[in-house]
Design a protein around this ligand. Structure first.
Ligand code: GCU
Length: 433
């Protein structure tokens, strides 16, 4: 029988807290030159430093944002009406009307003659809404997997032989449990999704395909533009697109993602402050989890199996993660003062739920400095019990905590569930309304 290297690695990884090496986290509130971030006036400067550190050492450079040269043109591919049950498992539940729109969006660079096409599925509440706040996130296997409706076109997807072909009809709606569209639309929000492989196919081809050929100058360097960097950049281009259509309110976009796409949503949120709310689900190593804990998936393992996700410089920390000038609480902090949500699953130890929670905890002092409440766990700074200050207790299962930094851990495996969405919706409502 063939052994799946992913499963074997996950089984062989360390899950023993007592084997975590002692570590000290870099301080998001200390400038690179060692001086202290004294007031909220300093924060934007320090925030830019942190984003730059993540570009240099983790996710790589991004194309400079230039509305003059970056073109986003689009055409409507299809438009139809639909109705969803708020709870598809309950045929008595409310039926909500919605609109489905598919757009072909062309990303291009003026003067270069190069362009790249992606297809977005936009689900809007009601029949004629404008200025809708939306949840924007990639899907893993094609837009047609988010719902069984035949009104959604089958995506062209990259298969394991790395060929791009039209997806099979049988995969329609196969991931609908992750996309409770009726619930989301019933609260007045839209949902926008793009197949992530449309922006960059997820395999190591030394950045020959996807959007990478648009900016070849960003390759062949230590801070090369990576796949996570490309997916995050793509999300920003989708906000450019929203800003040009009446259907969506481009200033009320919550970006979300699961797993590798949760790493991506955090990076998009840090690099583009137009995202009003940022949500990561089970994002783990390279996402919300603290790298220095080296429990579950490690920096070395992720760099080895997914070399295209992170920049060359990141590989230099494979055996010396304590030397990274950042850790991932700073990725969350780089989103401040905007709200950020971290979701974990108890059965997803590979993603280190405790490390995800601790990152949210250690990002919170930044919010406090800004006069806001982060995770909102009271810390007794006079306490002599250093342990309780540095290692707060894990929140109980199935209970959301936090204010501008939100967190929950639920039972169950690595996945996005209706429960997760209920939390995202209620956390975001304060900021999107
Ligand atoms: C692998 C990988 C994780 C990633 C996950 C996913 O398990 O090791 O880092 O989050 O895939 O994206 O599903």
């Amino acid at each position: 029988m063939l052994t799946d290297p992913l499963t074997t690695d996950a089984q062989d990884a360390n899950y023993d807290e007592s084997k975590i090496p002692a570590y000290t986290l870099p301080d998001p509130l200390t400038f690179n030159d060692g001086s202290t971030v004294a007031s909220s006036d300093d924060w934007e400067t320090r925030r830019s430093e942190i984003v730059q550190l993540f570009k240099d050492h983790v996710f790589g450079a991004m194309p400079a944002r230039s509305p003059e040269t970056q073109r986003v043109v689009f055409k409507i591919f299809s438009e139809s009406s639909i109705a969803f049950r708020v709870d598809p498992d309950d045929l008595e539940s409310e039926l909500v009307e919605a609109k489905l729109k598919e757009f072909d969006i062309v990303l291009g660079v003026d003067g270069s003659g190069k362009e790249h096409r992606i297809r977005m599925l936009l689900v809007l509440p009601g029949n004629d809404t404008t200025n809708t706040p939306v949840f924007l996130g990639y899907n893993f296997q094609g837009n047609h997997t988010v719902h069984s409706s035949k009104k959604i076109s089958l995506s062209k997807v990259w298969n394991r032989d790395r060929e791009c072909a039209t997806a099979l009809e049988s995969t329609r709606g196969s991931k609908s449990s992750r996309w409770p569209l009726g619930l989301i639309v019933s609260k007045g929000y839209g949902v926008a999704t793009v197949y992530y492989g449309d922006v960059d196919p997820d395999f190591d081809d030394e950045f020959q395909n996807g959007v990478h050929p648009l900016y070849p100058e960003l390759q062949g360097r230590e801070d090369n533009w990576t796949s996570i960097g490309a997916w995050a950049w793509g999300l920003s281009r989708m906000v450019d697109f929203f800003e040009s259509i009446p259907d969506v309110d481009g200033s009320r976009v919550a970006v979300f993602g699961h797993s590798r796409l949760g790493k991506t949503s955090l990076w998009a949120g840090a690099t583009d402050n137009r995202f009003r709310v940022v949500i990561s689900n089970n994002s783990g190593c390279g996402g919300a989890a603290l790298a220095r804990r080296q429990i579950g998936e490690t920096v070395k393992r992720i760099n080895t199996v997914f070399p295209h996700w992170f920049c060359l410089q990141h590989k230099s920390y494979n055996d010396s993660v304590h030397e990274m000038p950042v850790d991932h609480h700073m990725l969350l902090a780089a989103i401040a003062p905007r709200p950020v949500y971290v979701a974990s699953a108890q059965g997803d130890q590979w993603a280190d739920p405790k490390g995800e929670f601790l990152a949210a905890f250690h990002a919170s002092p930044v919010y406090r400095m800004l006069g806001l409440k982060g995770l909102g766990i009271a810390i007794d700074t006079d306490s002599e019990n250093v342990e309780s200050v540095q290692a707060p207790k894990m929140p109980v299962l199935g209970k959301r905590i936090g204010d501008r930094v939100g967190y929950h851990i639920r039972e169950g495996k690595h996945d996005i569930t209706r429960y997760d969405w209920e939390q995202f919706l209620s956390f975001s409502s304060r900021f999107l309304r």
